[in-house]
Design a protein around this ligand. Sequence first.
Ligand code: HEM
Length: 496
Amino acid sequence: MALQWDVILAFVLIVSLISAVQSRSRKSSAPVLTSDWFFGYPTALKMFTQYRPMLVEGYAKFNKHAFQVPGIKGWIVFVGRELYDDVRKARDDSLSMPEQVKDTVALEYTIDRAVALDPWHNSVVRKQMTQALGAKFPEIYDEITSAFQDELKLSGKEWKPVYAHDLIIHIVCRASNRLFVGLPLCRDPVYTQISRDFSGTVMFSGFLINLFPTFLKPLVGRWITAAPRARKGFEKFLVPMIKDRWRKEQEMGELWEKDKPSDLLQWVMDASKEHDSTPEDITNRLLGVNFAATHTTSLSFTHVVYWLAARPECASILREDVDEAVAKHGWTKTALGEMHKIDSFIKESLRVTGIGATAMGRKAMKDLTLSDGTFVPKGASVVMNLWGIHHDPTIFPKPLEFDPLRYSRRIEAGESEAGNSLATASGEFLFWGGGSHVCAGRHFASQEMKTMLAVIVSLYEVKFEGLADGVRPKDRWMAYSCIPDMKQRVMFRLRE
Ligand code: HEM
């Protein structure tokens, strides 16, 4: 038995080595930042801890132009602002986003094969869901305020220490699911726990699966993903709901059109008619959206809360911004649209310390030449150097400084509101990616984060436990991901 395992291991290693040699055999014409000794594996391993310093070094050394580094799966060509339009405009048959995601997150195993191969529900998120955000705002606001109350359970003038990410992920999960499936399911402890736990496992299990050669992925995928359990867990709730809605549609005919629920589940169900979907397939798509929405928003907003705790003097400025807009329009989407300082505070938090150092990863599906003359071979990745661009002093004066009103001042000075707003993707704000795959949920995520910040400054006081004003705990970096210090607690108390 022991001998068999030795043989299997040796076989896997040989196949992996052959595929590593193949994937590295052709380079881009961009300069190489580091050594590519031993197929670049030492550099690829170094990138687990040194990813951001390498991006900083390459951006400076090659004067913002493209450079390449050997990654785990092959050559990575990091590009600057000048090639944003190349990446943005590229179609999936030349620079492919789904193929890159396959190489990093292995969605067909970590979520579901049909969802990964034909994510038609993304356009429902992009269109129907985004169009409904104004009408759905009162519900999202209600969910956020009640989730804060339920989670914090504050009374009197006591300070309460909490782990910010733990608090925020509970609130984000409830608020998003209020839009996705409505009440009462968005508050169900079992349903929301599946969403929170599952979303956290996808990235890591995707990374592990991708270490194996293609023919072993289905086997490994079955062992190491949480997807089958999460799918089953979600099915228990959603399949009966979907069947019940279909039954009512049959029975009620035209009346159903007027009375049917207005939530993502229903919009996906309506769109599913063109795709012959089963209730299980619809459920998997909801699980996929939960993955896209939960950890991205909660990690991002934890960074925002940390900046608020580190800079308590900003709270009164933000509160005024909220009070002014709410006095004119009540708690509405229109009021939120006028909260430029709230918007600016979040955008600046995510510029200085976003959740990642790169953006818009694309896999070259054929040999191609970028507009600056850089040759990219089939199989290499092209990735925007987000960190370099977001910290470039020619774009952002004093780029390492947290300047909370950086963007709202630009609007006050007459610059375009759209160009400076949080939800706008651009070559200078790569947080949402760009082009045809730009984040489909960015308007909702922006609305959700702005509402959470507006609610916090209106109802609570916030500070770090055991840290002086102005001090923000150090972030942790894992490859290109930036994770706020999860051990630091934040204190909340009710405002007078
Ligand atoms: C702060 C929170 C979020 C961040 C930072 C974020 C970021 C991103 C990024 C970087 C992409 C890839 C874009 C590209 O490569 O060009 C993306 C895609 C996507 N996001 Fe988000 N996202 C967030 C929240 C959400 C939410 C709340 C939803 C859904 C409600 C969502 C749904 C999607 C979908 C469906 C895609 C795939 C779009 C496509 O391939 O056409 N995201 N997101």
